[in-house]
Design a protein around this ligand. Structure first.
Ligand code: ADP
Ligand code: MG
Length: 614
Protein backbone atom coordinates (compact mmCIF):
# COMPACT_ATOMS: atom_id res chain seq x y z
CA UNK A 1 0.00 0.00 0.00
CA UNK A 2 1.28 3.49 -0.76
CA UNK A 3 0.35 6.78 0.77
CA UNK A 4 -1.80 9.13 -1.25
CA UNK A 5 0.33 11.61 -3.19
CA UNK A 6 0.67 14.92 -1.37
CA UNK A 7 -1.42 17.76 -2.79
CA UNK A 8 0.52 20.00 -5.16
CA UNK A 9 2.01 22.98 -3.35
CA UNK A 10 -0.29 25.94 -3.74
CA UNK A 11 1.39 28.89 -5.47
CA UNK A 12 2.87 31.20 -2.90
CA UNK A 13 0.76 34.23 -2.35
CA UNK A 14 2.67 37.38 -1.53
CA UNK A 15 0.87 40.72 -1.49
CA UNK A 16 2.26 44.23 -1.81
CA UNK A 17 1.32 46.68 0.94
CA UNK A 18 1.57 50.47 0.83
CA UNK A 19 1.69 51.42 4.50
CA UNK A 20 1.04 55.15 4.08
CA UNK A 21 1.04 58.09 6.45
CA UNK A 22 -2.55 58.88 5.48
CA UNK A 23 -3.86 55.77 3.73
CA UNK A 24 -2.79 52.14 3.41
CA UNK A 25 -3.77 49.40 0.98
CA UNK A 26 -2.78 46.06 -0.50
CA UNK A 27 -2.46 44.77 -4.04
CA UNK A 28 -1.60 41.46 -5.62
CA UNK A 29 -0.41 40.26 -9.00
CA UNK A 30 -2.10 37.23 -10.37
CA UNK A 31 -1.23 36.84 -14.00
CA UNK A 32 0.33 39.78 -15.76
CA UNK A 33 -1.23 42.85 -14.18
CA UNK A 34 -1.44 43.73 -10.50
CA UNK A 35 -4.71 44.87 -8.99
CA UNK A 36 -5.65 46.45 -5.69
CA UNK A 37 -7.65 44.55 -3.09
CA UNK A 38 -10.91 46.18 -2.04
CA UNK A 39 -13.07 45.84 1.03
CA UNK A 40 -16.75 44.86 0.99
CA UNK A 41 -17.72 48.40 0.06
CA UNK A 42 -15.36 48.36 -2.89
CA UNK A 43 -12.88 50.70 -1.20
CA UNK A 44 -9.18 49.97 -1.56
CA UNK A 45 -7.88 52.71 0.78
CA UNK A 46 -7.77 52.13 4.51
CA UNK A 47 -7.19 55.42 6.35
CA UNK A 48 -4.07 54.88 8.47
CA UNK A 49 -6.00 55.76 11.61
CA UNK A 50 -6.53 53.72 14.79
CA UNK A 51 -9.01 54.70 17.47
CA UNK A 52 -8.76 53.26 20.98
CA UNK A 53 -12.36 53.70 22.08
CA UNK A 54 -13.08 54.18 25.81
CA UNK A 55 -15.45 51.18 25.61
CA UNK A 56 -12.43 48.97 24.82
CA UNK A 57 -12.95 48.56 21.09
CA UNK A 58 -10.08 49.28 18.74
CA UNK A 59 -11.32 50.74 15.48
CA UNK A 60 -9.22 50.96 12.36
CA UNK A 61 -9.61 52.78 9.05
CA UNK A 62 -12.71 54.72 8.11
CA UNK A 63 -14.52 54.02 11.38
CA UNK A 64 -11.53 55.37 13.26
CA UNK A 65 -11.16 58.40 11.00
CA UNK A 66 -14.80 59.27 11.64
CA UNK A 67 -14.06 59.36 15.38
CA UNK A 68 -11.31 61.94 15.04
CA UNK A 69 -14.08 64.47 15.66
CA UNK A 70 -15.34 62.90 18.81
CA UNK A 71 -12.21 61.39 20.34
CA UNK A 72 -9.26 63.50 19.22
CA UNK A 73 -6.98 62.30 22.04
CA UNK A 74 -7.75 58.62 21.46
CA UNK A 75 -7.54 58.57 17.69
CA UNK A 76 -4.07 57.98 16.34
CA UNK A 77 -3.17 59.12 12.83
CA UNK A 78 0.14 59.82 11.05
CA UNK A 79 1.81 57.16 13.20
CA UNK A 80 4.30 56.56 10.38
CA UNK A 81 5.99 59.77 11.52
CA UNK A 82 6.84 58.11 14.85
CA UNK A 83 7.82 54.61 13.78
CA UNK A 84 11.45 53.64 14.32
CA UNK A 85 12.41 56.88 16.03
CA UNK A 86 13.29 57.85 19.59
CA UNK A 87 11.04 59.88 21.88
CA UNK A 88 13.50 62.74 21.70
CA UNK A 89 13.50 62.70 17.92
CA UNK A 90 9.73 62.93 17.70
CA UNK A 91 9.32 65.60 20.35
CA UNK A 92 8.69 68.40 17.87
CA UNK A 93 6.49 66.16 15.76
CA UNK A 94 4.39 65.22 18.78
CA UNK A 95 3.47 68.83 19.53
CA UNK A 96 1.54 68.87 16.25
CA UNK A 97 -0.51 65.81 17.16
CA UNK A 98 -3.73 65.92 19.17
CA UNK A 99 -2.96 62.63 20.93
CA UNK A 100 -0.33 62.31 23.64
CA UNK A 101 3.14 60.98 22.90
CA UNK A 102 5.34 60.22 25.92
CA UNK A 103 8.82 58.82 26.42
CA UNK A 104 8.73 55.15 27.37
CA UNK A 105 11.43 52.63 28.23
CA UNK A 106 14.77 52.92 26.40
CA UNK A 107 13.74 56.41 25.31
CA UNK A 108 11.22 55.05 22.82
CA UNK A 109 8.03 56.99 22.13
CA UNK A 110 4.75 55.65 23.43
CA UNK A 111 1.29 56.81 22.54
CA UNK A 112 -0.61 57.45 25.74
CA UNK A 113 -4.32 56.67 25.59
CA UNK A 114 -5.72 56.88 29.10
CA UNK A 115 -3.49 54.64 31.20
CA UNK A 116 -2.49 52.49 28.24
CA UNK A 117 0.77 52.94 26.33
CA UNK A 118 1.05 51.85 22.73
CA UNK A 119 4.22 51.66 20.65
CA UNK A 120 4.05 53.23 17.18
CA UNK A 121 4.84 49.77 15.79
CA UNK A 122 1.82 48.30 17.58
CA UNK A 123 -0.41 50.99 16.07
CA UNK A 124 1.06 50.32 12.61
CA UNK A 125 0.44 46.63 13.20
CA UNK A 126 -3.27 47.37 13.71
CA UNK A 127 -3.38 49.06 10.33
CA UNK A 128 -1.48 46.20 8.70
CA UNK A 129 -3.84 43.68 10.29
CA UNK A 130 -6.80 45.48 8.76
CA UNK A 131 -5.15 45.61 5.34
CA UNK A 132 -4.31 41.91 5.66
CA UNK A 133 -7.89 41.04 6.61
CA UNK A 134 -9.26 42.92 3.61
CA UNK A 135 -6.79 41.16 1.34
CA UNK A 136 -7.68 37.75 2.75
CA UNK A 137 -11.36 38.35 2.28
CA UNK A 138 -10.91 39.65 -1.26
CA UNK A 139 -8.68 36.71 -2.19
CA UNK A 140 -10.58 34.12 -0.13
CA UNK A 141 -7.31 32.70 1.07
CA UNK A 142 -4.85 33.40 3.86
CA UNK A 143 -2.08 35.90 3.29
CA UNK A 144 1.16 35.23 5.15
CA UNK A 145 3.78 37.20 3.34
CA UNK A 146 4.11 40.71 1.97
CA UNK A 147 6.37 43.30 0.48
CA UNK A 148 5.91 46.55 2.39
CA UNK A 149 6.92 49.94 1.08
CA UNK A 150 8.67 52.80 2.90
CA UNK A 151 9.97 56.20 1.81
CA UNK A 152 13.37 56.01 0.11
CA UNK A 153 14.88 58.09 2.91
CA UNK A 154 13.76 55.78 5.74
CA UNK A 155 16.86 54.72 7.66
CA UNK A 156 17.81 51.32 9.09
CA UNK A 157 15.82 51.78 12.26
CA UNK A 158 12.66 52.93 10.52
CA UNK A 159 12.84 49.99 8.11
CA UNK A 160 13.46 47.56 10.94
CA UNK A 161 10.53 49.02 12.90
CA UNK A 162 8.29 48.56 9.86
CA UNK A 163 9.32 44.90 9.76
CA UNK A 164 8.59 44.66 13.49
CA UNK A 165 5.11 46.06 12.89
CA UNK A 166 4.55 43.46 10.18
CA UNK A 167 5.66 40.67 12.51
CA UNK A 168 3.24 41.94 15.18
CA UNK A 169 0.49 41.79 12.57
CA UNK A 170 1.37 38.20 11.71
CA UNK A 171 2.82 39.12 8.34
CA UNK A 172 6.13 37.79 7.10
CA UNK A 173 7.68 40.84 5.52
CA UNK A 174 9.79 39.43 2.69
CA UNK A 175 11.13 42.75 1.60
CA UNK A 176 11.02 46.41 2.41
CA UNK A 177 10.75 48.30 -0.87
CA UNK A 178 11.27 51.97 -1.56
CA UNK A 179 8.02 53.72 -2.46
CA UNK A 180 9.36 55.52 -5.57
CA UNK A 181 10.77 52.27 -6.90
CA UNK A 182 7.40 50.61 -6.39
CA UNK A 183 5.67 53.48 -8.18
CA UNK A 184 8.00 53.27 -11.16
CA UNK A 185 7.27 49.54 -11.41
CA UNK A 186 3.55 50.19 -11.34
CA UNK A 187 3.85 52.56 -14.26
CA UNK A 188 5.39 49.77 -16.28
CA UNK A 189 8.86 51.18 -16.00
CA UNK A 190 10.24 47.80 -15.23
CA UNK A 191 13.86 48.04 -16.13
CA UNK A 192 13.64 46.48 -19.56
CA UNK A 193 14.60 49.89 -20.89
CA UNK A 194 17.28 52.10 -19.33
CA UNK A 195 16.28 55.55 -18.21
CA UNK A 196 15.95 58.20 -15.53
CA UNK A 197 12.66 58.58 -13.72
CA UNK A 198 11.41 61.40 -11.53
CA UNK A 199 8.90 60.20 -8.96
CA UNK A 200 6.78 63.02 -7.52
CA UNK A 201 4.84 61.86 -4.46
CA UNK A 202 2.45 64.31 -2.81
CA UNK A 203 0.36 62.54 -0.17
CA UNK A 204 -1.67 63.75 2.78
CA UNK A 205 1.05 65.19 4.96
CA UNK A 206 4.32 64.51 3.21
CA UNK A 207 6.03 65.29 -0.04
CA UNK A 208 8.80 63.17 -1.53
CA UNK A 209 10.61 63.46 -4.79
CA UNK A 210 13.04 60.80 -5.92
CA UNK A 211 15.24 60.46 -8.93
CA UNK A 212 15.65 56.85 -10.03
CA UNK A 213 18.14 55.51 -12.48
CA UNK A 214 17.28 52.27 -14.19
CA UNK A 215 20.11 50.39 -15.83
CA UNK A 216 20.16 46.76 -16.90
CA UNK A 217 17.09 46.07 -14.83
CA UNK A 218 18.61 47.60 -11.70
CA UNK A 219 16.77 50.44 -9.98
CA UNK A 220 18.88 52.94 -8.12
CA UNK A 221 17.74 55.93 -6.13
CA UNK A 222 20.10 58.69 -7.22
CA UNK A 223 18.66 61.36 -4.96
CA UNK A 224 15.71 62.17 -2.76
CA UNK A 225 14.32 65.46 -1.51
CA UNK A 226 11.04 66.58 -0.06
CA UNK A 227 9.24 68.07 2.86
CA UNK A 228 7.97 66.03 5.80
CA UNK A 229 5.21 68.55 6.46
CA UNK A 230 3.74 69.39 3.12
CA UNK A 231 0.77 67.70 1.52
CA UNK A 232 -2.96 67.59 0.97
CA UNK A 233 -3.59 68.35 4.65
CA UNK A 234 -2.11 71.81 4.07
CA UNK A 235 -4.48 72.36 1.16
CA UNK A 236 -7.30 71.33 3.49
CA UNK A 237 -6.11 73.79 6.12
CA UNK A 238 -6.26 76.70 3.67
CA UNK A 239 -9.85 75.83 2.81
CA UNK A 240 -10.66 75.21 6.48
CA UNK A 241 -9.57 78.77 7.28
CA UNK A 242 -12.01 80.06 4.67
CA UNK A 243 -14.81 77.94 6.10
CA UNK A 244 -14.14 79.23 9.62
CA UNK A 245 -14.13 82.77 8.32
CA UNK A 246 -17.54 82.12 6.76
CA UNK A 247 -19.08 81.13 10.11
CA UNK A 248 -21.33 83.84 11.48
CA UNK A 249 -20.88 85.37 14.96
CA UNK A 250 -18.41 84.43 17.72
CA UNK A 251 -14.66 85.00 17.94
CA UNK A 252 -12.71 82.80 15.51
CA UNK A 253 -10.06 81.83 18.06
CA UNK A 254 -12.55 80.14 20.40
CA UNK A 255 -14.03 78.20 17.53
CA UNK A 256 -10.63 77.02 16.48
CA UNK A 257 -9.81 75.67 19.91
CA UNK A 258 -12.90 73.48 19.82
CA UNK A 259 -11.74 70.12 18.45
CA UNK A 260 -15.23 69.17 17.34
CA UNK A 261 -15.66 72.24 15.15
CA UNK A 262 -12.12 72.03 13.90
CA UNK A 263 -12.46 68.41 12.81
CA UNK A 264 -15.81 68.95 11.14
CA UNK A 265 -14.40 71.90 9.27
CA UNK A 266 -11.33 69.94 8.21
CA UNK A 267 -13.45 67.09 6.88
CA UNK A 268 -15.62 69.56 4.93
CA UNK A 269 -12.50 71.26 3.58
CA UNK A 270 -11.13 67.96 2.26
CA UNK A 271 -14.44 67.29 0.54
CA UNK A 272 -14.37 70.72 -1.10
CA UNK A 273 -10.81 70.18 -2.26
CA UNK A 274 -11.56 66.82 -3.82
CA UNK A 275 -14.54 68.28 -5.69
CA UNK A 276 -12.35 71.10 -6.99
CA UNK A 277 -10.07 68.54 -8.64
CA UNK A 278 -12.81 67.82 -11.16
CA UNK A 279 -15.11 70.86 -10.97
CA UNK A 280 -14.44 74.55 -11.52
CA UNK A 281 -16.47 75.57 -8.53
CA UNK A 282 -17.71 73.94 -5.34
CA UNK A 283 -20.34 75.00 -2.85
CA UNK A 284 -20.55 74.20 0.81
CA UNK A 285 -23.19 74.58 3.50
CA UNK A 286 -21.73 73.17 6.71
CA UNK A 287 -24.18 72.99 9.57
CA UNK A 288 -22.42 73.21 12.91
CA UNK A 289 -25.58 73.19 15.03
CA UNK A 290 -25.68 75.98 17.60
CA UNK A 291 -22.52 77.47 16.13
CA UNK A 292 -24.29 78.29 12.92
CA UNK A 293 -23.90 77.32 9.31
CA UNK A 294 -20.90 78.14 7.15
CA UNK A 295 -21.94 78.85 3.58
CA UNK A 296 -19.45 79.50 0.87
CA UNK A 297 -18.54 78.93 -2.76
CA UNK A 298 -14.95 78.37 -3.77
CA UNK A 299 -13.78 78.51 -7.36
CA UNK A 300 -10.88 76.45 -8.62
CA UNK A 301 -9.03 79.65 -9.48
CA UNK A 302 -9.33 80.84 -5.86
CA UNK A 303 -8.19 77.48 -4.56
CA UNK A 304 -5.25 77.45 -6.95
CA UNK A 305 -4.19 80.94 -5.94
CA UNK A 306 -4.22 79.83 -2.29
CA UNK A 307 -2.17 76.68 -2.80
CA UNK A 308 0.24 78.06 -5.43
CA UNK A 309 3.01 78.88 -2.91
CA UNK A 310 2.81 75.33 -1.52
CA UNK A 311 3.00 73.85 -5.01
CA UNK A 312 5.99 76.08 -5.71
CA UNK A 313 7.74 74.63 -2.65
CA UNK A 314 7.40 71.15 -4.11
CA UNK A 315 8.91 72.35 -7.38
CA UNK A 316 11.88 73.79 -5.50
CA UNK A 317 12.43 70.33 -4.02
CA UNK A 318 12.20 68.78 -7.49
CA UNK A 319 14.94 71.07 -8.70
CA UNK A 320 17.09 70.28 -5.71
CA UNK A 321 16.69 66.52 -6.19
CA UNK A 322 17.61 66.78 -9.86
CA UNK A 323 20.67 68.79 -8.93
CA UNK A 324 21.64 66.38 -6.13
CA UNK A 325 21.44 63.56 -8.65
CA UNK A 326 24.00 65.43 -10.72
CA UNK A 327 21.48 65.91 -13.51
CA UNK A 328 19.58 68.59 -15.32
CA UNK A 329 15.86 68.56 -16.01
CA UNK A 330 16.13 67.53 -19.69
CA UNK A 331 17.83 64.30 -18.55
CA UNK A 332 14.55 63.10 -17.01
CA UNK A 333 12.97 60.47 -19.26
CA UNK A 334 9.79 59.78 -17.31
CA UNK A 335 7.76 61.61 -14.69
CA UNK A 336 5.63 59.50 -12.39
CA UNK A 337 2.86 60.86 -10.16
CA UNK A 338 2.19 59.30 -6.78
CA UNK A 339 -0.09 60.29 -3.92
CA UNK A 340 -3.70 61.42 -3.82
CA UNK A 341 -2.75 65.10 -3.90
CA UNK A 342 -1.31 64.79 -7.40
CA UNK A 343 -4.92 64.63 -8.55
CA UNK A 344 -5.02 68.39 -8.07
CA UNK A 345 -4.83 69.80 -11.62
CA UNK A 346 -2.57 72.71 -10.67
CA UNK A 347 0.01 70.29 -9.29
CA UNK A 348 0.15 68.36 -12.56
CA UNK A 349 0.24 71.50 -14.66
CA UNK A 350 3.06 73.16 -12.72
CA UNK A 351 5.12 69.99 -12.69
CA UNK A 352 4.67 69.51 -16.43
CA UNK A 353 5.73 73.10 -17.06
CA UNK A 354 8.84 72.70 -14.93
CA UNK A 355 10.06 69.39 -16.31
CA UNK A 356 8.85 70.03 -19.84
CA UNK A 357 7.34 66.57 -20.03
CA UNK A 358 3.83 65.28 -19.44
CA UNK A 359 3.68 63.02 -16.39
CA UNK A 360 2.33 59.48 -16.76
CA UNK A 361 -1.31 59.46 -15.77
CA UNK A 362 -2.44 55.96 -16.63
CA UNK A 363 -2.18 54.61 -13.07
CA UNK A 364 -4.19 55.94 -10.12
CA UNK A 365 -1.64 57.96 -8.17
CA UNK A 366 -2.94 56.79 -4.80
CA UNK A 367 -2.76 53.12 -5.80
CA UNK A 368 0.56 53.14 -7.69
CA UNK A 369 2.82 52.27 -4.76
CA UNK A 370 0.76 49.24 -3.72
CA UNK A 371 0.53 48.03 -7.32
CA UNK A 372 4.31 48.25 -7.69
CA UNK A 373 4.81 46.45 -4.39
CA UNK A 374 2.57 43.67 -5.72
CA UNK A 375 4.80 43.30 -8.77
CA UNK A 376 7.86 43.01 -6.55
CA UNK A 377 5.99 40.57 -4.30
CA UNK A 378 5.26 38.39 -7.28
CA UNK A 379 8.94 38.46 -8.24
CA UNK A 380 9.91 37.40 -4.72
CA UNK A 381 7.34 34.64 -4.74
CA UNK A 382 9.43 33.25 -7.56
CA UNK A 383 6.94 33.87 -10.32
CA UNK A 384 8.95 36.43 -12.27
CA UNK A 385 12.71 36.41 -12.49
CA UNK A 386 13.14 39.24 -14.94
CA UNK A 387 13.46 41.98 -12.37
CA UNK A 388 16.17 42.87 -9.93
CA UNK A 389 15.72 45.75 -7.58
CA UNK A 390 18.37 47.73 -5.88
CA UNK A 391 18.17 50.72 -3.63
CA UNK A 392 20.77 52.91 -1.99
CA UNK A 393 21.64 53.82 1.59
CA UNK A 394 21.28 57.49 2.54
CA UNK A 395 24.35 58.07 4.76
CA UNK A 396 27.80 56.49 5.00
CA UNK A 397 28.43 53.82 7.62
CA UNK A 398 31.72 53.24 9.39
CA UNK A 399 33.51 52.44 12.62
CA UNK A 400 35.38 54.60 15.05
CA UNK A 401 39.12 54.07 14.89
CA UNK A 402 41.94 55.11 17.19
CA UNK A 403 41.77 58.75 18.24
CA UNK A 404 38.14 59.29 17.36
CA UNK A 405 38.25 59.25 13.58
CA UNK A 406 35.65 57.37 11.57
CA UNK A 407 36.65 54.92 8.94
CA UNK A 408 33.81 54.56 6.48
CA UNK A 409 33.18 51.08 5.22
CA UNK A 410 30.05 51.68 3.21
CA UNK A 411 29.74 54.96 1.40
CA UNK A 412 26.57 56.96 1.05
CA UNK A 413 24.55 56.10 -2.05
CA UNK A 414 25.97 52.57 -2.22
CA UNK A 415 23.43 50.24 -3.72
CA UNK A 416 22.01 47.63 -1.38
CA UNK A 417 22.29 44.79 -0.59
CA UNK A 418 25.96 45.38 0.00
CA UNK A 419 28.71 43.97 2.14
CA UNK A 420 32.18 45.32 2.84
CA UNK A 421 34.93 43.72 4.93
CA UNK A 422 38.03 45.52 6.10
CA UNK A 423 40.82 44.47 8.39
CA UNK A 424 41.65 46.27 11.59
CA UNK A 425 44.01 45.63 14.44
CA UNK A 426 44.68 46.54 18.06
CA UNK A 427 46.28 49.76 19.20
CA UNK A 428 47.77 48.58 22.49
CA UNK A 429 50.11 45.68 23.24
CA UNK A 430 48.46 42.64 24.77
CA UNK A 431 44.97 43.97 24.12
CA UNK A 432 42.45 41.13 24.44
CA UNK A 433 39.28 42.96 23.50
CA UNK A 434 38.28 45.75 21.17
CA UNK A 435 35.31 48.07 21.36
CA UNK A 436 33.60 48.72 18.08
CA UNK A 437 31.41 51.78 17.65
CA UNK A 438 29.32 52.03 14.53
CA UNK A 439 28.70 55.47 13.15
CA UNK A 440 26.53 56.91 10.46
CA UNK A 441 27.24 60.18 8.69
CA UNK A 442 29.53 62.01 6.37
CA UNK A 443 31.78 63.75 8.89
CA UNK A 444 35.36 62.66 9.60
CA UNK A 445 35.15 62.52 13.39
CA UNK A 446 33.05 60.07 15.35
CA UNK A 447 31.88 62.86 17.63
CA UNK A 448 30.23 64.56 14.65
CA UNK A 449 28.57 61.41 13.32
CA UNK A 450 25.66 59.52 14.71
CA UNK A 451 26.37 56.57 16.97
CA UNK A 452 24.30 53.62 15.77
CA UNK A 453 25.57 51.01 18.18
CA UNK A 454 28.52 49.55 20.04
CA UNK A 455 29.76 46.10 20.76
CA UNK A 456 32.86 44.40 22.05
CA UNK A 457 34.97 41.66 20.54
CA UNK A 458 36.55 39.64 23.36
CA UNK A 459 38.90 36.71 23.56
CA UNK A 460 41.69 38.03 21.38
CA UNK A 461 44.93 36.31 22.41
CA UNK A 462 47.41 38.85 23.79
CA UNK A 463 49.68 40.05 21.01
CA UNK A 464 51.69 43.14 20.27
CA UNK A 465 49.64 46.07 19.04
CA UNK A 466 48.95 45.87 15.35
CA UNK A 467 49.40 42.14 15.07
CA UNK A 468 45.87 40.73 15.55
CA UNK A 469 43.91 40.70 12.32
CA UNK A 470 40.30 41.63 12.93
CA UNK A 471 37.98 41.46 9.96
CA UNK A 472 35.04 43.81 10.34
CA UNK A 473 32.13 43.19 8.01
CA UNK A 474 29.31 45.61 7.37
CA UNK A 475 26.35 44.02 5.69
CA UNK A 476 23.31 45.99 4.66
CA UNK A 477 20.62 43.60 3.51
CA UNK A 478 18.08 44.22 0.81
CA UNK A 479 15.78 45.84 3.38
CA UNK A 480 18.42 48.33 4.40
CA UNK A 481 19.04 46.74 7.80
CA UNK A 482 22.66 46.87 8.95
CA UNK A 483 24.52 43.97 10.56
CA UNK A 484 28.09 44.38 11.73
CA UNK A 485 30.37 41.49 12.65
CA UNK A 486 33.98 41.41 13.80
CA UNK A 487 36.12 38.29 13.63
CA UNK A 488 39.64 37.75 14.87
CA UNK A 489 41.57 35.82 12.27
CA UNK A 490 43.66 33.48 14.38
CA UNK A 491 41.18 32.34 17.02
CA UNK A 492 38.04 32.78 15.01
CA UNK A 493 36.37 34.62 17.92
CA UNK A 494 33.48 36.60 16.59
CA UNK A 495 31.00 39.21 17.79
CA UNK A 496 28.34 41.23 16.06
CA UNK A 497 25.42 43.55 16.31
CA UNK A 498 22.29 44.40 14.40
CA UNK A 499 21.21 47.98 14.54
CA UNK A 500 18.28 48.35 16.92
CA UNK A 501 15.34 50.63 16.31
CA UNK A 502 16.12 53.36 18.82
CA UNK A 503 18.11 55.31 16.32
CA UNK A 504 15.69 56.53 13.70
CA UNK A 505 16.66 59.51 11.63
CA UNK A 506 14.32 61.85 9.90
CA UNK A 507 14.96 62.89 6.37
CA UNK A 508 15.57 66.43 7.56
CA UNK A 509 18.31 65.10 9.78
CA UNK A 510 19.82 63.10 6.94
CA UNK A 511 19.88 66.25 4.87
CA UNK A 512 21.30 68.29 7.72
CA UNK A 513 24.06 65.75 8.31
CA UNK A 514 25.05 65.90 4.67
CA UNK A 515 25.04 69.67 4.59
CA UNK A 516 27.11 69.67 7.79
CA UNK A 517 29.72 67.46 6.19
CA UNK A 518 30.08 69.83 3.28
CA UNK A 519 30.22 72.85 5.50
CA UNK A 520 32.85 71.33 7.78
CA UNK A 521 34.85 69.56 5.09
CA UNK A 522 37.94 71.71 5.59
CA UNK A 523 38.08 71.65 9.41
CA UNK A 524 37.19 67.95 9.38
CA UNK A 525 40.01 67.23 7.02
CA UNK A 526 42.49 69.01 9.26
CA UNK A 527 41.19 67.26 12.38
CA UNK A 528 41.32 63.91 10.67
CA UNK A 529 44.85 64.52 9.48
CA UNK A 530 45.90 65.38 13.03
CA UNK A 531 44.39 62.15 14.37
CA UNK A 532 46.02 60.06 11.68
CA UNK A 533 49.36 61.69 12.34
CA UNK A 534 49.07 61.15 16.09
CA UNK A 535 48.25 57.47 15.52
CA UNK A 536 51.22 57.14 13.24
CA UNK A 537 53.54 58.85 15.75
CA UNK A 538 52.35 56.56 18.55
CA UNK A 539 52.94 53.48 16.43
CA UNK A 540 56.40 54.73 15.53
CA UNK A 541 57.33 55.29 19.16
CA UNK A 542 56.13 51.80 20.10
CA UNK A 543 57.81 50.07 17.19
CA UNK A 544 61.10 51.85 17.58
CA UNK A 545 61.27 51.22 21.32
CA UNK A 546 60.74 47.54 20.76
CA UNK A 547 63.32 47.39 18.00
CA UNK A 548 65.82 49.36 20.13
CA UNK A 549 65.53 46.84 22.91
CA UNK A 550 66.37 44.01 20.57
CA UNK A 551 68.74 45.47 18.02
CA UNK A 552 72.41 45.41 18.86
CA UNK A 553 73.32 48.92 17.78
CA UNK A 554 76.46 50.90 18.49
CA UNK A 555 75.87 53.09 21.57
CA UNK A 556 75.96 56.40 19.70
CA UNK A 557 73.24 55.24 17.31
CA UNK A 558 71.15 53.87 20.16
CA UNK A 559 71.47 57.22 21.86
CA UNK A 560 70.44 59.17 18.73
CA UNK A 561 67.38 56.99 18.19
CA UNK A 562 66.51 57.16 21.86
CA UNK A 563 66.67 60.93 21.77
CA UNK A 564 64.39 61.16 18.75
CA UNK A 565 61.88 58.78 20.37
CA UNK A 566 61.92 60.83 23.59
CA UNK A 567 61.37 64.03 21.63
CA UNK A 568 58.43 62.58 19.76
CA UNK A 569 56.96 61.24 23.00
CA UNK A 570 57.21 64.68 24.54
CA UNK A 571 55.36 66.12 21.57
CA UNK A 572 52.64 63.50 21.92
CA UNK A 573 52.29 64.19 25.63
CA UNK A 574 51.99 67.92 25.09
CA UNK A 575 49.55 69.68 22.82
CA UNK A 576 51.83 69.76 19.81
CA UNK A 577 50.29 70.98 16.57
CA UNK A 578 50.31 68.97 13.39
CA UNK A 579 53.38 70.63 11.96
CA UNK A 580 55.46 69.96 15.09
CA UNK A 581 54.31 66.34 15.26
CA UNK A 582 55.15 65.88 11.63
CA UNK A 583 58.61 67.28 12.20
CA UNK A 584 59.07 64.91 15.16
CA UNK A 585 58.06 61.91 13.04
CA UNK A 586 60.38 62.97 10.26
CA UNK A 587 63.27 63.37 12.68
CA UNK A 588 62.70 59.89 14.06
CA UNK A 589 62.43 58.42 10.57
CA UNK A 590 65.70 60.06 9.68
CA UNK A 591 67.71 58.61 12.57
CA UNK A 592 66.22 55.16 12.23
CA UNK A 593 66.97 55.23 8.51
CA UNK A 594 70.63 55.39 9.39
CA UNK A 595 70.26 52.01 11.06
CA UNK A 596 70.62 49.20 8.58
CA UNK A 597 67.31 47.85 7.39
CA UNK A 598 68.22 44.29 8.15
CA UNK A 599 69.11 45.08 11.73
CA UNK A 600 65.75 46.64 12.36
CA UNK A 601 63.71 44.10 10.48
CA UNK A 602 65.38 41.12 12.08
CA UNK A 603 64.93 42.76 15.44
CA UNK A 604 61.28 43.39 14.80
CA UNK A 605 60.70 39.85 13.64
CA UNK A 606 62.38 38.60 16.79
CA UNK A 607 60.28 40.88 18.93
CA UNK A 608 57.08 39.67 17.37
CA UNK A 609 58.00 36.02 17.70
CA UNK A 610 58.68 36.50 21.37
CA UNK A 611 55.40 38.26 21.86
CA UNK A 612 53.60 35.41 20.19
CA UNK A 613 55.27 32.76 22.28
CA UNK A 614 54.00 34.43 25.44
P1 ADP B 1 -0.24 59.02 1.96
O1 ADP B 1 0.77 58.58 0.97
O2 ADP B 1 0.23 60.17 2.81
O3 ADP B 1 -0.78 57.91 2.77
P2 ADP B 1 -2.29 59.38 -0.14
O4 ADP B 1 -1.44 59.15 -1.31
O5 ADP B 1 -3.35 58.39 0.13
O6 ADP B 1 -1.46 59.67 1.18
O7 ADP B 1 -2.95 60.83 -0.33
C1 ADP B 1 -3.87 61.33 0.56
C2 ADP B 1 -4.17 62.76 0.21
O8 ADP B 1 -4.68 62.83 -1.12
C3 ADP B 1 -5.20 63.39 1.12
O9 ADP B 1 -4.78 64.68 1.51
C4 ADP B 1 -6.42 63.46 0.22
O10 ADP B 1 -7.26 64.55 0.57
C5 ADP B 1 -5.78 63.71 -1.13
N1 ADP B 1 -6.67 63.40 -2.24
C6 ADP B 1 -7.27 62.22 -2.52
N2 ADP B 1 -8.03 62.33 -3.61
C7 ADP B 1 -7.92 63.62 -4.04
C8 ADP B 1 -8.48 64.36 -5.12
N3 ADP B 1 -9.33 63.80 -5.99
N4 ADP B 1 -8.14 65.67 -5.25
C9 ADP B 1 -7.29 66.24 -4.38
N5 ADP B 1 -6.74 65.60 -3.34
C10 ADP B 1 -7.05 64.30 -3.17
MG1 MG C 1 1.98 57.39 -0.05
Amino acid sequence: MTAAPPPPPSPRLVVGIDLGTTNSLAAVRAGKLPHVLRDRDGQPLVPSVVCYHPDGRVLVGREAKALRLELPDRTVFSVKRLVGRSAREVEAEATRLPYRVVAGERGLPRIAIGDARHSPEAVSARILQRVKAIAEEALAQPVQAAVITVPAWFDDAQRQATKDAAALAGIDCLRILNEPTAAALAYGIDGKKDGTVLVYDLGGGTFDVSILRIEDGVFRVLATAGDTHLGGDDFDQLLADRILAALPGAVPATRQSDPFVLQAVRAAAEGLKIRLSSANEAELALDLGPRGTARLTVTRAEFEAAIAPLVQRTLDCVQRAVKDAGLRLPAIDDVVLVGGSTRVPLVRERLRNLVGKAPHTDVDPDLAVALGAAIQADVLAGNDRSLLLLDVIPLSLGIETLGGAVQKLILRNSTIPTSVTEEFSTGVDGQTSVDLSIHQGERELAADCRLLGRFQLRGIPPMPAGLPRIAVTFLVDADGVLRVTAREHRTGVEAGIQVVPTFGLSRDEVRRMMLDSIEHAQTDYVAREAIDLRNKAEAMVRGTRKALALAELPPDQTWAVHKAVKALEALLAGAADTAALKAGCDALTEVTATIADDVISSAVTKALREEERR
